[in-house]
Design a protein. Structure first.
Length: 389
């Protein structure tokens, strides 16, 4: 049994055009075909976006091969997530597929193979194209197991001069990326792959944080790797309890999944910060451990994650994006954290409903990631929306 949805941007011969669809089912073959039936004609389309849930991860190669054969679209990009989305529907924690086909001007985009510490494959694959066209945006997908991933993301942005959007694969099995490797088939693991877009492809992108500060910006005054020993010259746990308030401080078991550390980004003119999970608390020693290495003198704040604040921040992000966008978007890609979606909002499609309220029935695809990428950084608990104009 399969279910499916579809949305299409207005099609004019030769112009930029997007069409998206999704399907859920227990067997990858019928589900892929159901998705294609909903997608409809994709004449002239030259780029495909493909996201699958991890229930189909082992069939990734077969799925993209079938899509290539039936649609005639050679270039595909995408990955696996715990959930995927298309248009107004989310398929979460069950086998499913989301597809978007795009018709873009010839030579206005360039897929690149998965790269890790060495960016030479990117230079060999896309160096000439970059020299000729330049890149304003790159949609990227990353294997979360890649060593020094945050540094790789920053290096990739610097090397290409592109604003990065995307996320890391989320899976309980394999971590496939749909890409254009120099050797082998259209599926790879490890590193970061994606598509570079020339400045002629008009886009707008924004990020919603999903967590709000609950205390002032402070300073780490003693630390050891990812363990925070002191904040503002006091035991770290004492400051933490002060900032989270007496109700949570009375029972620290309540903070799991609700309170996170925020690491302000130096030089940010938007008061931006990276959200990192709390890993451990030692009530006797008075220290905290977070999912990031910290250094003495580094600024820190604490944040609270809840449904109301996340929805409010997403509406703020969408309002700001709508003021910047003068035309109806032709297509969209949305990458959300797996800790958002139904676990945060109660309903799986809340975020998509908010996007549709702001921009209408725009063809959209995306996935629920284990980490989100925006500009040159790796985030958590965020949602990253990219509009093709």
């Amino acid at each position: 049994m399969t279910t499916a949805t579809r949305a299409t941007s207005e099609e004019t011969s030769g112009e930029v055009f997007f069409r998206a669809a999704s399907a859920a089912g227990t067997d990858w073959g019928p589900t892929t075909k159901a998705c294609l039936d909903r997608l409809g004609p994709v004449t002239g389309c030259n780029l495909g976006f493909l996201y699958i849930t991890d229930g189909f991860a082992e069939h990734a190669g077969s799925i993209v091969t079938l899509l290539r054969a039936i649609t005639g679209i050679r270039d595909w990009t995408g990955t696996v997530g715990i959930g995927v989305c298309a248009n107004g529907e989310v398929i979460f924690d069950e086998p499913g597929i989301a597809v978007m086909a795009a018709r873009l001007p010839a030579d206005s985009f360039r897929p690149f193979p998965a790269v890790s510490g060495d960016l030479e494959p990117l230079r060999r694959s896309a160096g000439g194209w970059l020299d000729k066209h330049g890149a304003s945006l790159a949609l990227v997908h990353a294997d979360p197991r890649t060593p020094q991933l945050a540094d790789l993301v920053a290096s990739l942005s610097e090397t290409t001069s592109a604003f990065l959007v995307g996320g890391t694969s989320a899976s309980r099995t394999a971590f496939p990326q749909f890409t254009d490797p120099l050797d082998g088939g259209p599926v790879a693991e490890n590193g970061v792959s994606g598509v570079l877009f020339a400045p002629s492809v008009e886009v707008a992108t924004a990020r919603t944080q999903g967590c709000l500060p609950i205390g002032p910006k402070r300073s780490v005054t003693a630390s050891d790797d990812n363990v925070i020993l002191e904040i503002d010259g006091r035991p770290a746990l004492d400051v933490f309890k002060e900032d989270i308030g007496p109700e949570l401080a009375a029972d620290l078991r309540q903070v799991a999944g609700t309170i996170c550390a925020g690491l302000p980004i130096a030089g940010s003119d938007t008061q931006d910060y990276l959200v990192r999970d709390l890993i451990a608390i030692d009530p006797r020693a008075g220290w905290l451990s977070i999912a990031e290495r910290v250094t003495t003198g580094q600024p820190i704040l604490f944040t609270r994650r809840d449904r109301a604040s996340a929805a409010a921040d997403m509406r703020r992000m969408l309002d700001g994006l709508r003021k910047r966008v003068r035309t109806t978007p032709r297509g969209a890609v949305y990458v959300s954290c797996i800790a958002r979606g139904p676990s945060l909002f109660g309903e799986a499609n809340t975020e998509l409903s908010l996007i549709r309220e702001a921009f209408g029935d725009v063809p959209l695809t995306g996935f629920f990631a284990s980490g989100e990428i925006s500009h040159n950084r790796l985030y958590g608990y965020t949602g990253v929306l990219t509009l093709f104009l």
